[in-house]
Design a protein around this ligand. Sequence first.
Ligand code: COI
Length: 358
Amino acid sequence: MTLEFALTRNEQPAADDVRQGVLDEPGFGRHFTDHMVSIDWTAEGGWQNARVEPYGPLQMDPASAVLHYGQEIFEGMKAYRRADGSVWTFRPDQNAQRMQRSAARLALPQLPEQDFLEAVRQLVEVDEAWVPSGGENSLYLRPFMIANEVFLGVRAAQTVRFMVIASPAGPYFAGGVKPVSIWLSREYNRAGKGGTGAAKCGGNYAASLLPTQLAVAQGCAQVLFLNEEGTDLEELGGMNVVLVKSDGTLITPDSDSILDGVTRNSLLQLAEDAGHRVERRPVTLAEWRDGVADGSITEAFACGTAAVLTPIAALKSTDEVIGDPDAPAGPVATALRAQLTDLQYGRAEDPHGWMVQL
Ligand code: COI
């Protein structure tokens, strides 16, 4: 049975000019819409009390489990406004299903896919005026789930809340789609075998913060993590990585300790549709280094919901620079990026039926 959502409208929504100011220059992750969705779960009663209510601070007991043991998962997705004013989202079923996989790993309850999709739809419907138009702006949607049981014992919480908040968003990186340099983390790993690397949980991102600080101190936009052995590529601090060979083949790490990116899967599918070969397999750092040196690797890019596709100009570390930090975006990355965004904004065919109108 699917949940019914109760709606309590925000009686003090942002003034039109304040909202317009945000939509004109949204930045990333700083401004939030007038409403939020919450659904509660208890071990005895299951999912209940689905509601859309005014956006605002949560009241939480300081002994809530999430504050101590980080039992939390989240998703990232976007709503896009097309030139005709209609609002669409991209493969929301993929986010719903990934959240179920993350929930399983973090011992959280699985929200049925239909309820996840309806929660997102309800929020976008009530806050439709917050979906930006023009450019590459969108309404970033952040579903998340927290363990809110008041208990300090270390075990899976018996009470949980699922929420969705929304934030008008421009480019994730300050420089827009300009190619970035990334920093190779040699001393820190993101995840280990059997860990939570494939789950979208806050802890993975917390673990990336110090290495990311070190990357930024080196003038890089993101950090690249290797596997535990220090040989194979894993992923960046908050997005996947793909290399492009001179023969057009795309290669990307296949590892059970990285996030199964919806954007990455979609870009690789579009690439295959366009006749590129795609290889999902372990990719060594040596392969990248040697490939750049002998010209057989011509491009690299980062991809994720927030970052879309961002070309990687160079990989830097204490002892080497792979690539040219001033290199412009390559043709494959540029074409794939345009194809994906054209599809998302309704300017191109959607051969796989990925777009869902809200
Ligand atoms: C996303 O791409 O949506 C993420 O969740 C990653 C984060 C860097 C914003």
